[in-house]
Design a protein around this ligand. Structure first.
Ligand code: MG
Length: 394
């Protein structure tokens, strides 16, 4: 507990303990928030920290992993594996993750949810992405079709429970079940709803990529301001900002992105507050037992976002220049996978241990999925003979 020197008001000790932090949560968060003192435990029991809550520990463990640092050199949607300086401003998997974290924290504070749990889930939510984004994911899924397939959400959980090591005694990070459950995006198997904090991260993820893919699409020239005029969300956005487009300056584009983020965050916050209030839920357990998700957009915004998703799929994610990169990415990973399959001795020692435990295809998949775009391209180049110089006998 904080103490102050009598009379002077000067702080002499300010040791805030975990119990203080837990009490602060209980005093200040909404009744439907997930409190860290009520966390659902860890697979391997461990003592609580003196100065951090359980969710703070989870957040910090994720942040300090090599898997988190590698997000810096993984493609978000497209373009990042170009070595060109022009690619420097596009989102990477890391900056996307930080945008999701920021959105989730902002909304969590406004809704009285546990900001730290939301932050821990947000930081971990994309750890499972392989190199080259969804192009890499689809290829690994097809290569592993007979061995359980590949999915980035399942892989994120695999990374934090199996592949990352931070203890001699057990694999994984030993995160709380609350944080792990937040990573179970599509595989809930009758578990009810995720916590409101995990629902919030899902919404923040979609919010962030919708806004930044429009922005990166325009920046790259793959989307044009003319094309966007077909999009109801864009028309509303122009009306809100007073920007006349086209043409669109880079300052206009930034203003539109800023406005879009603010608009989406406000809609998500207000609509979620209404739905929580209308539901009458009074505890985290009641929120999880509710028949549908309570973190939601307004109906009009949901319709706008649905149209925007369709637009992005058709005009950006399947743009012919993106398709060229998808082809290059998939050829690269296909070659790597079969090279390791033919010669498992090329796998590093830990991957060979994994092969004994989980089978060779899964161990190769883990090895490749952990690579950055750069590392995958370099490894591929190292296995590919340089173009032969014809030398004719004479
Ligand atoms: Mg994401």
């Amino acid at each position: 507990m904080s103490t102050r020197e009598a009379g002077s008001g000067a702080r002499v000790t300010a040791l805030v303990t975990r119990q203080d932090l837990e009490a602060r949560e209980a005093d200040t968060l909404a009744p439907y928030a997930t409190l860290s003192r009520d966390h659902a435990g860890r697979e391997h029991p461990e003592p609580e920290s003196a100065g951090r809550t359980a969710f703070q520990k989870d957040r910090d463990r994720v942040l300090h992993t090599p898997a988190f640092r590698r997000l810096e050199a993984k493609t978000q949607v497209f373009l990042n594996f170009s070595q060109a300086a022009s690619a420097d401003h596009y989102r990477t998997r890391l900056t996307h993750t930080l945008e999701v974290q920021q959105v989730a924290r902002s909304v969590a504070v406004n809704l009285g949810l546990n900001e730290t749990l939301a932050e821990a889930v947000a930081l971990a939510h994309d750890l499972g992405h392989p190199p080259f984004g969804h192009a890499g994911e689809r290829l690994l899924d097809s290569l592993l079709a007979a061995d359980g397939g590949f999915n980035h959400n399942t892989q994120a959980r695999r990374i934090v429970t199996e592949l990352e090591r931070h203890s001699r005694h057990f694999p994984g990070l030993n995160l709380t079940r609350d944080t792990l459950d937040g990573l179970n995006k599509h595989h809930r198997d009758g578990l009810g709803q995720p916590s409101l904090e995990a629902q919030l991260v899902d919404a923040a993820d979609a919010l962030a990529y919708t806004a930044h893919d429009l922005d990166d699409g325009l920046r790259s020239g793959l989307l044009t301001p003319d094309q966007l005029m077909d999009l109801p969300l864009w028309q509303d956005l122009l009306a809100r900002t007073g920007v006349n487009a086209p043409p669109l300056t880079s300052l206009d584009r930034r203003m539109l992105h800023r406005e879009l983020l603010g608009w989406l965050i406000t809609d998500l916050t207000e609509a979620s507050a209404r739905s929580i209030q209308d539901s009458g839920v009074q505890s985290a357990a009641q929120a999880r037992a509710w028949p549908h998700r309570l973190i939601t957009y307004s109906d009009p915004m949901r319709a706008l976002l649905r149209d925007t998703g369709t637009f992005l799929r058709e005009r950006l994610y399947r743009h012919w220049r993106v398709e060229m990169q998808v082809e290059q990415a998939q050829r690269t990973l296909h070659t790597l996978f079969h090279a390791y399959l033919n010669r498992p001795g090329m796998l590093p020692p830990q991957a060979r241990v994994n092969a004994e435990r989980h089978g060779l295809p899964r161990a190769i998949c883990d090895q490749i999925a952990g690579m950055t775009d750069r590392y995958a391209l370099e490894t591929h180049a190292a296995l590919t003979p340089p173009a032969a110089t014809p030398s004719w006998p004479h």
